[in-house]
Design a protein around this ligand. Structure first.
Ligand code: UDX
Length: 431
């Protein structure tokens, strides 16, 4: 292959990470063979339909359709590509460890011929690469190379994150496969962390655990601010200007959600425990987050008294804006707690309703924000979709039965809400 030619690759698993990786590398010029066991998903992708909501992804798929090949079969991928990126799910088991069955199914399905490499994109416990190396060696497949190449993309901005990564992490065994992965990323011109496999695996877990810790930390500061009359938004601004701290991930709210933080923090805690180390800090991070999702209930009670029969509007259900992902969403806990208190909950999300309906079929869904707000005793901002931030508060005040607005993401203009005659309460804000 000449140096100007782009290495063809295969991507196994076409979820968020797999699809974005596939499309990203296609955009950079590689032919990409995408493999998934889900025949329906592959059919949809062949028709040009995108099975997930991710801004910008559909255009990129359309633009690179000639370079993207979708199949349920591994054979064409093996024939055309040396590098097999693995992006299958690693959800938590009932015990909270990472479920690696999909990863092991891929490992088990690899044929004997040499000259291929598995490039692990799925988030796996530190030590997985070493285990897979052992499995390959014991099953006569020692010719397989292995590279850990964790993915740091965020849902909702995944395409941009792929194209402009803060860094690229490549952990390998110093062989051709590690070189080839490094070359694939070269056009992105991102800082490169080239390391061993275990360290690369740990970087991913540690990064997510640290970000989750930052959020739980600021949420605790917010709770203390409420008790002491300080304003957490001011505090976070003052803290974040310190270069050593930085302004990001210091937004207090009703807790982090998503598949990654919840799963990876728990997986890292258990991984440490399994190796004999008690990772105390992560216990607190998890507990603070769980309690934070429930704090709104006590705020409501302080204003409204008993919640039985009260009409509560939830604005937003997805775990964050610009995604339809409901995994780990704070809304799941909040809606369940409110219903348990006897409240009537009416919810609206611009994109995540279908996903929400499967998880919370008993909830009352409105088809617009106004529909959720009508006659509500209290309105709670759960996910900071732009359309909620731009609400006309005078109009909201006229439509509501009560006056309480709880800003679960500190995203609203409290002055505008109050000016409309409503009672505004954020998380850790001065009242
Ligand atoms: C995260 C990591 O950021 C990403 O690097 C990794 O690859 C996957 O997990 P994602 O789950 O898409 O990405 O969401 P992210 O934008 O990180 O937000 C996670 C949660 O934290 C959301 O619920 C968000 O609302 C919450 N959050 C984020 C806060 O509560 N406060 C903040 O300051 C930032």
């Amino acid at each position: 292959m000449s140096s100007s030619e782009r290495e063809p690759i295969a991507v196994i698993g076409t979820g968020y990470v797999g699809l974005v990786t596939a499309v990203g590398f296609a955009e950079l010029g590689s032919d990409v063979w995408c493999v998934d066991v889900d025949a329906e998903k592959i059919d949809r992708l062949r028709r040009g339909e995108i099975p997930i909501y991710e801004p910008g992804l559909d255009e990129l798929v359309a633009r690179n359709s000639s370079r993207l090949h979708f199949s349920t079969e591994l054979a064409p991928a093996l024939e055309h590509a040396r590098l097999l990126f693995v992006a299958v799910g690693t959800p938590p088991t009932h015990s909270g460890d990472a479920d690696l069955s999909a990863v092991h199914a891929v490992v088990g399905s690899m044929p004997r011929p040499d000259g291929h490499a598995l490039v692990m994109k799925s988030t796996v416990p530190c030590g997985t690469g070493a285990n897979i190396r052992r499995i390959f060696n014991e099953s006569g497949k020692s010719g397989f190379s292995y590279v850990s190449c964790p993915e740091f993309l965020k849902e909702g901005s995944a395409v941009g994150d792929f194209m402009h990564p803060d860094r690229v992490v490549v952990g390998g065994e110093g062989d051709w496969a590690e070189e080839a992965v490094v070359r694939l990323y070269e056009p992105l011109d991102a800082p490169l962390v080239r390391t061993d496999i275990a360290s690369a695996e740990m970087i991913k877990l540690a990064a997510n655990a640290f970000l989750a810790t930052k959020i739980s930390f600021i949420n605790e500061i917010a709770n203390v601010c409420e008790a002491l009359g300080a304003d957490v938004v001011e505090v976070a601004r003052g803290m974040g200007l310190d270069d050593r701290i930085g302004p990001k991930f210091l937004q207090a709210g009703i807790g982090y959600g998503g598949s990654c933080f919840t799963k990876d923090v728990s997986a890292l805690k258990l991984l440490a425990g399994n190796s004999g180390y008690h990772f105390q800090l992560l216990n607190a991070v998890i507990e603070v987050n769980e309690l934070q999702k429930r704090r709104v209930v006590s705020k409501l009670k302080r204003h409204l008294g008993a919640l039985a029969g009260k009409r509560i509007a939830l604005l937003g259900l997805a775990f964050k804006p610009n995604t339809d992902d409901m995994r780990g969403a704070s809304s799941l806990v909040l809606a369940a707690r409110l219903q348990a208190e006897g409240a009537h909950v009416r919810a609206y999300d611009p994109i995540a309703e279908d996903q929400a309906r499967t998880l919370m079929p008993q909830l009352d869904y409105a088809d617009c924000a106004d529909g959720a707000i009508a006659d509500a005793d209290a309105v709670i901002l759960v996910t900071e979709w732009r359309e909620f931030i731009e609400l006309e508060w005078e109009q909201v005040a006229r439509a509501m039965r009560g006056t309480l607005v709880i800003d679960g993401r500190n995203a609203l203009d409290g002055t505008a809400v109050r000016a409309a005659g409503l009672t505004y309460e954020g998380i850790g804000r001065r009242r």
